[in-house]
Design a protein around this ligand. Structure first.
Ligand code: ATP
Ligand code: MG
Length: 440
């Protein structure tokens, strides 16, 4: 008996509409996530055309060395729905017509006042030893079929219509998998999220701590964050936690902002500020509300986010925030001096514990050799009178510059709250940001 966690699976997606780009394949994504949650090792995802030879070839290939093949699509009544024929041919079995399924099909059509076209009877055909899988949502029943040597592979054939596939997954496939493979559980995994280092740098730092081969490390660049996950079937959860700790230390604890899957920087700030009963106000120039909006995405933001000012034009920086004209003239709107004054004004005007500001050149126009596209400053002011600004340079598209600036602003506040050093490395930038003392 193979230990539950070593079961291997493949996914086969059929349909010409997926190959010519008419339909985006979302079923494989759904099925891949489900396999991962069950601790199944997914060996591949294959997409093929509707032709019988293509489906057979793809199924044969996908079945090599796996205990489970999940097939999506091709169970309908039309001439291009050939999954049942392909699987029956591969298994060397004839198709038979199941009278109960046929009766239910006819009944379904009758109840809806639709004429039962004889071609629909194809949906009652199954390979001889197939186990029929009921479809509570649509007409096409699925089926499971087991054959092959040296590995006996379970093929599970499901309709391509996503809502039918989803419903059948929980209603009939999960019980079938448990019956056939025993209780399946996710592979022990520990994730952590980083910000402030490029993916390659995170990777080399983690590799530097020589984790055992049995620990699988994977990286996901979720711009502008890098998420790391460590998983293993060979060691205990405690050992895995120790390796994860070593990996986080190798990356540098100042760059690891969360160990909770799904917790982004905004969620972290939310939790930190609410816990400390502290409030935040923002002043945004080039991000024009994106920082406030990102923070407000999370329910309950009003517990800490008191308000903000979009100060795009210089006269708004002056009139609404009180940034001295002389400061704007002397240093320019994109400067440490203006950023820090914007942060101070936001804090004071909106009566918050912290003020955070962003001012920069998002582009694509408006850059100069002195103030190029991608240059921005984040200002921070606290209740103790602390005031400073951090310079960043991230030459990129407008949307990326704005999104990156928002993350940097949140990171500046996070570091301030946790007593961590101000960012020394501008990960994705070609320049190193300098911490500039505000001259006000
Ligand atoms: P039906 O009984 O409706 O014919 P079927 O099993 O034959 O079901 P298909 O004909 O392959 O399934 O697909 C039906 C519809 O479901 C497609 O037009 C498409 O919109 C959607 N679909 C199929 N496969 C996928 C997929 N992999 N991802 C997302 N949508 C899909
Ligand atoms: Mg179809």
């Amino acid at each position: 008996m193979i230990p539950a966690r070593n079961y291997r699976a493949s996914i086969v997606i059929t349909g010409s509409e997926l190959l010519d780009g008419r339909v985006l394949d979302t079923n494989s994504n759904f099925l891949a996530k489900q396999c991962s949650q069950l601790g199944l090792t997914l060996r591949g995802i294959y997409t093929c055309d509707d032709g019988i030879d293509e489906i057979k070839r793809c199924l044969e290939f996908a079945a090599q060395g796996v205990e489970l093949v999940i097939v999506s699509g091709g169970l309908g009544p039309t001439s291009d729905d050939l999954t049942r024929d392909a699987l029956a041919a591969l298994a060397g079995q004839p198709l038979y017509q199941d009278p109960q399924v046929l009766e239910r099909l006819i009944e379904r059509y009758r109840k809806r006042g639709r004429t039962f076209d004889p071609s629909n009877a194809r949906q009652a055909l199954f390979p001889q030893t197939a186990q029929i899988l009921a479809n509570s949502v649509g007409t096409a029943a699925g089926f499971a079929l087991e054959f092959g040597a040296p590995i006996r592979t379970v093929f599970i054939s499901l309709p391509g219509v996503p809502r039918e596939l989803y419903a059948m997954w929980s209603e009939v496939v999960l019980p079938l998998l448990e019956q056939r493979f025993g209780k399946l559980t996710a592979i022990p995994t520990i994730c952590f999220q980083t910000f402030g280092l490029p993916e390659s740098n995170v990777g080399s730092r983690v590799e530097g701590c020589a984790l055992p081969e049995s620990v699988k490390v994977s990286y996901r660049a979720a711009f502008p964050e890098v998420h790391v996950s460590l998983s293993s079937t060979a060691i205990t959860q405690t050992e895995l936690a120790q390796h994860a700790q070593a990996a986080m230390e190798a990356v540098g604890s100042e760059f690891v902002f969360s160990r909770q899957a799904g917790q982004g920087l905004a969620q972290l700030l939310h939790a930190l500020l609410v816990q400390r009963k502290q409030t935040l106000a923002v002043a945004e120039s080039c991000s024009a509300g994106l920082l406030a909006s990102s923070l407000a995405e999370i329910a309950g933001a009003s517990e800490f986010l008191v308000g903000g000012t979009i100060a795009y034009a210089n006269h708004v920086k002056t009139k609404a925030l009180g940034v001295p004209v002389q400061l704007l003239e002397q240093y320019g709107a994109v400067s440490a001096e203006v950023a820090s004054q914007m942060a101070r004004a936001a804090r004071e005007y909106h009566q918050a514990d912290f003020g955070i500001s962003i001012t920069g050149v998002a582009g694509p126009g408006g850059g100069t050799s002195e103030k190029p596209v991608g240059l921005f400053y984040v200002g921070i002011a606290d209740a103790a009178g602390g005031l400073r600004a951090v310079r960043y340079f991230f030459p990129n598209t407008r949307s990326y510059v704005r999104r990156y600036a928002v993350h940097c602003a949140m990171d500046v506040l996070r570091r301030h709250l946790l007593g961590l050093p101000a960012p020394k490395e501008a990960p994705l930038s070609v320049d190193t940001p300098v911490l500039s003392a505000a001259r006000s």
